[in-house]
Design a protein around this ligand. Structure first.
Ligand code: SF4
Ligand code: SF4
Length: 381
């Protein structure tokens, strides 16, 4: 097996840059509970959708305008004169408890991790994937927001120890946390592996983990009283503050990046990112990178047969059999995929990245989990 070192190191040269405002926003609303309608005017920061789960954060307009289009998948806002902008909420005045959690959720924060106590809080300060430097950029430039986020997280979680996981050569620190170095090699940055490296246990019940990106979003909300309306993304080695819903086409045009016919644009990183179907797709909450992969860079992913070479099994840090699980998923035998460890997969993408036949293994795995979740047949899916 070829062992490649997928480095997570970054070389930051500049601060976070802003992107020019787009003419329209395209927000993915599939499976969300809509709070607006076609032709309605929306203001900056107004709630446009809520998450169906008890802990998912709400979604807000990143600019004022009019809802030009709305279907099951997308809500398109033509930016311009719209409704009233959201008023800041005095989050800092709220005491730890239900009202604070509800307010944070209404402002777009996913509150699952904040809703109960834990002995250990791990802040994941590792860059999420090779080529994405958002985590270290925030540790370099966003200390006030990170400290504000940490204060609130600690008030709610009440940890006895708080650890900052950082790459081994990194000198980034966060006051109030104890640094712990981790080898800067993918997939060591994934939450499941970071928690294990810090605590020595797999999925310990008394530890919680938040990324510095989560902490930054929390701190921004607390300091400004305004909802989450942007994400920070690495594009061609530099980090940009991007309004949620900004179409890919706008990003490419602003930054002078060419995507030729046949090239693939990926939101997220090379291992876990997703190819976009259309350049009109908008950036989503939690997208931390964008890559344009030229059509001749790799052989295409294809639904061909597995040849049982075993590369994916040897590469899998979850110690499961991606070849077998993906085949069960491919033939819609989801319960068999579950029996063979589907839920032990933490979606690092190494199996698909290393597949000799270029089978879409991670996509099959995500498909199986989605189908089980949609059918309500699995609590863990
Ligand atoms: S994505 Fe693939 S390699 Fe990674 S844990 Fe899941 S099955 Fe294993
Ligand atoms: S790497 Fe691809 S071809 Fe090889 S065993 Fe895994 S799924 Fe099959």
């Amino acid at each position: 097996m070829l062992r490649i070192h997928y480095s997570l190191e970054s070389q930051l040269k500049d601060g976070i840059a802003d992107i020019a405002a787009p003419e329209e926003l395209s927000i993915q609303v599939r499976n969300l509970v809509l709070k607006t309608a076609k032709r309605k005017k929306v203001g900056f920061g107004s709630t446009i959708a809520e998450h169906p789960s008890q802990s998912g954060g709400a979604f807000h307009a990143a600019a004022s305008g009019t809802v030009r289009d709305l279907d099951y998948h997308h809500l398109v806002i033509a930016c311009g004169e719209g409704g009233d902008d959201a008023e800041p909420v005095n989050v800092a005045s709220l005491q730890p408890g239900r009202e604070l959690l509800r307010t944070l959720q209404e402002l777009g924060i996913d509150i699952a991790v904040l809703s109960s106590r834990a002995e250990t809080l791990v802040i994941n300060g590792m860059n999420p994937e090779p080529g994405v430097s958002v985590a270290e950029q925030m540790l370099a430039d966003e200390m006030e927001n990170l400290e504000a986020g940490l204060d609130v997280a600690c008030a709610l979680i009440e940890p006895q120890r708080t650890i900052l996981a950082v790459a081994d050569a990194s000198e980034y620190r966060l006051p109030g946390t104890t640094p712990q170095s981790i080898k800067a090699k993918y997939p060591n940055s994934l939450d499941a592996l970071v928690v294990k490296a810090v605590t020595g246990e797999e999925f310990p019940s008394n530890a919680k983990i938040m990324s510095v990106m989560d902490l930054y979003a929390l701190g921004r909300v607390v300091r400004t009283g305004l909802p989450v309306t942007e994400t920070v993304m690495t594009i061609e080695g530099r980090n940009y503050r991007v309004p949620i819903g900004t179409p890919i086409r706008h990003l490419l045009s602003c930054l002078g990046i060419k995507a030729a016919s046949g090239d693939t644009v990926v939101l997220g990183g090379s291992f876990r990112g997703e190819a976009v179907y259309s350049l009109d797709e908008g950036v989503r909450k939690g997208d931390y990178g964008m890559f344009v992969i030229s059509s001749d860079a790799f052989p295409h992913v294809q639904d061909v047969s597995c040849i049982n070479c075993g590369e994916c099994v040897l590469n899998c840090p979850g110690r499961i059999q991606p070849n077998l699980i993906s085949r069960y998923a491919e033939y819609e035998m989801f319960e068999m995929a579950e029996k063979h460890g589907l839920h032990s997969c933490f979606e690092c993408g190494l199996c698909a990245f290393s597949c000799t036949m270029r089978r879409p293994l991670l996509q099959y795995i995500r498909f199986a989990k989605d189908q089980l979740r949609a059918a309500g047949r699995s609590e863990q899916a």
